[in-house]
Write a protein that binds this ligand. Structure first.
Ligand SMILES: [Zn+2]
Length: 123
């Protein structure tokens, strides 16, 4: 996760949060978390758990915001792939209301047998 500190007044990138801006001497700070300014409030966490001797991670999770292209709204998405316990969980919530839009819990083997599941390889 990137953490970007900028001068609020002139927009200069600052390397140290406690220093005054080198350009305009302002002490106002804008701190952004995320991958870039544009997605600073839409973060996604990904994780993997690996065991020695196995090629595929035994457990993967993705938690974060995802944009629904259909109606241009943000949803809260959790996806857990648990190969050790053969479980696939996907929960999608409305960010505003907290209402569960989509919930899917099933054995991982069933899920992949549907033929509809596609997972992009993470780089
Ligand atoms: Zn400045």
């Amino acid at each position: 996760m990137d953490r970007t500190i900028k001068c609020t007044d002139c927009g200069e990138l600052l390397s140290n949060e406690s220093d005054a801006c080198q350009k305009c001497r302002s002490s106002k700070r804008t701190v952004c978390m995320g991958f870039s300014d544009k997605v600073s409030f839409h973060e996604q966490l990904r994780g993997k758990a690996k065991k020695e001797g196995t090629k595929k991670p035994v457990k993967e999770f993705i938690y974060g915001d995802e944009k629904k292209i259909s109606n241009n709204t943000w949803v809260d998405k959790t996806r857990i792939i648990d190969r050790e316990n053969n479980q696939y969980v996907e929960i999608i919530k409305d960010k505003d209301t907290g209402e569960i839009i989509h919930e899917c819990k099933e054995p991982l083997t069933d899920h992949f047998n549907h033929g509809s599941a596609k997972f992009k390889k993470q780089k």
